[in-house]
Design a binder for this molecule. Structure first.
Ligand code: 5GP
Ligand code: MN
Length: 583
């Protein structure tokens, strides 16, 4: 926590007496770098409502307040205490300053919420120690918050001794589960005021995301359904992202205001790249680029965006008209940002271990809420700040709506609900009135959610060789979570347990019971996505054929940290014989 001294807290003085105040002001200015005087209560309140990250000492001159009796508490003190309780102002420490030296009056002021009481005329010695009230206030606040945090983190306390090797691997990705100093600050601010939410979310984002390390380079990207980022390094992945975003921005006149110098766009993408943990087997920058490329491909397929190179496509005129350039840009941006800072464990783990993030988001779409919030910070800190300031740019409210909704849509716990919604949409969209703005907005938000969901699990609809690689690394991530759970003495689900479920079953059941339902529902909305279903069926066939050739005991048994080579697909359907949907 930042140490306080007289120079890094400001002083606001409420004073409207006729008497000369110059000497007191001189004295305060000697001790504090920032001293402001206000003569009315409303001026004081509006000054305090202005967002400030530093603490403010509020000196209330009792003789400047109108009271019926001498010993009545200054009304301004009561107002300030009330505003603090409501969270309408924060970081304010009120001190009463009076000539009245009655002990009962002094005690009454403290009981009413004053942090201190000082007698006038103020001496230099007293002025020098005033800032200590700010320190004391912060310590008291942190202590009460710490108690709250400790209660909610009891699992971690009891597990302290059990953290071992696996934990140390996850430490950086999950450090928020420890009660480290930053978290006190996060909770202090969280309990302090809604106005501090912005600062709080920035702290959370910074806490979870790694620091920049990669450099740019160039590459020739592959823009077909055969695209696999698994073979690419970060510089090539960054180049793919640059090409897709730049191409989109340059394709539509309506996006001219969002065009930025290439260097700025690269810088933004570097930071996104660095916001993903490269130590996650699956939820890393590669997955984000995969999702971006899948959505770019879908948008080309339905004719909403002109592809960079010619490809076989048939337009879907309705969707083309429904999705405006800003919507397309929002969907692509959501795709690249949708898993930023992913810690490599799932929502269930976050909730059952009472991580601060789960507490912050009340166990609801914990990771997805975090990804969306962190991504908006990245936008704000880079060249896309205008997209995050809706007061100055209300026209971008649809951008935020699509990005937030799309990222939240990737929470798989709402999968079936989404499938129903998309199926219902298929009927409505046929007769949609494109002049009905609010109907169109509702449909496009839902459609973007559907598209990102498809892209998010599109690895199972990719050509088999890449689908298989993705399946292995996802299983690897699940197993690593299982290792951690075991080490912490927590129950481990079969899907996270090495050797419990074979890769074929893992894939066949996911495709049949989860993925197909989604892709079939989107195909009712637009037939241009049919190729995905063809691939899924084909991949199911290959997995089933592989399974039938396996010995029953030949399960996916692994030693920690490794996955054994999988049986190669049978010769019945090689990648070159399968239908292609390449550009
Ligand atoms: P994400 O976490 O990437 O936003 O959402 C995708 C989630 O879908 C993954 O975490 C994972 O749980 C699930 N998923 C994606 N592909 C597969 C797959 O091939 N098999 C299984 N079982 N789950 C998958
Ligand atoms: Mn994802």
């Amino acid at each position: 926590m930042k140490r306080l001294n007289p120079n890094n807290c400001s002083v606001l003085v409420f004073y409207n007496h006729e008497q000369d105040f110059a000497s007191t002001l001189d004295l305060l200015s000697k001790v504090f770098s920032d001293v402001i005087v206000k003569s009315t209560e409303s001026q004081v309140i509006s000054q305090l409502k202005q967002h400030s990250t530093t603490s403010t000492l509020l000196l209330i001159d009792a003789e400047s307040c109108h009271t019926k009796t001498m010993e009545e508490c200054p009304p301004l003190l009561l107002t300030i205490v009330d505003l603090l309780k409501q969270g309408l102002i924060t970081n304010v420490v009120p001190i009463v300053c009076s000539t009245l030296d009655s002990p009962s009056y002094m005690v009454k002021c403290l009981q009413s919420g004053a942090a201190d009481f000082v007698l006038k005329p103020l001496s230099e010695d007293v002025a020098k120690t005033l800032f200590l009230n700010v320190t004391r206030n912060r310590l008291l606040h942190a202590e009460s918050t710490l108690e709250k945090v400790e209660q909610t983190s009891s699992i971690w306390d009891s597990q302290q001794g059990k953290k071992g090797q696996v934990w140390s691997k996850f430490r950086n990705r999950l450090k928020g589960v420890f009660l480290e100093e930053n978290w006190y600050v996060v909770f202090v601010y969280n309990s302090a005021s809604f106005n501090e939410y912005h600062r709080l979310s920035k702290l959370v984002a910074e806490y979870y995301t790694p620091k920049p390390s990669v450099r740019r380079s160039s590459m020739a990207s592959m823009l077909s359904w055969d695209f696999s980022p698994l073979d690419l390094d970060n510089k090539d992945l960054i180049q793919v992202v640059f090409m897709i975003l730049n191409h989109t921005l340059m394709s539509f006149d309506e996006l001219e205001a969002l065009r930025v110098p290439n260097g700025d766009l690269y810088h933004f993408i570097f930071d996104i790249c660095n916001s993903y943990h490269s130590s996650n087997p699956y939820h890393n920058f590669r997955h984000a680029v995969d999702v971006l490329q899948a959505n770019y491909y879908f948008l080309c397929k339905i004719g909403a965006i002109e592809p960079m190179c010619p490809m076989i496509r048939s337009e879907d005129p309705m969707i083309k008209q429904l999705l405006q350039p800003i919507d397309i840009f929002a969907l692509l941006m959501a795709s690249i940002g949708h898993d930023v800072g992913h810690p490599g464990v799932n929502n269930n783990f976050m909730i059952t271990t009472s991580t601060p993030l789960a507490i912050l988001y009340n166990d609801k779409s914990v990771l997805e809420s975090f990804h969306a919030m962190s991504f908006f910070h990245l936008l704000k800190e880079h060249c896309f700040g205008q997209l995050t300031d809706l007061r100055a740019n209300p026209e971008y409210s649809i951008f935020r709506k699509i990005v937030v909704n799309s990222i939240l849509a990737t929470d798989m716990s709402m999968h079936d609900e989404y499938v129903h919604k998309i199926t219902d949409q298929a009927e409505r969209i046929k007769n949609i009135d494109l002049t009905d703005k609010s109907a169109c907005e509702k449909e496009k938000v839902l459609l973007c959610g559907a598209l990102i969901k498809c892209a998010d699990i599109s690895n199972c609809a990719r050509p088999f060789e890449s689908a298989k690689e993705w399946a292995k690394i996802l299983a690897q991530e699940f197993f690593e979570q299982g290792d951690l759970e075991r080490e912490l003495g927590m129950p481990v689900l079969p899907i996270n347990e090495r050797g419990k479920i074979c890769l074929e079953d893992f894939q066949i059941s996911f495709k049949k019971f989860v993925a197909l339902k989604l892709f079939e529902s989107i195909c009712k909305v637009t037939t241009n996505m049919q190729f995905t279903i063809d691939y899924i069926h084909e991949n199911i066939n290959i997995w089933e054929s592989m399974k039938s050739k396996r010995e029953p005991v030949d399960k996916l048994v692994t030693t920690p940290n490794t996955i054994p080579p999988q049986p190669t697909p049978d010769g019945s359907c090689t990648p070159s014989q399968r239908p292609r949907s390449g550009i």
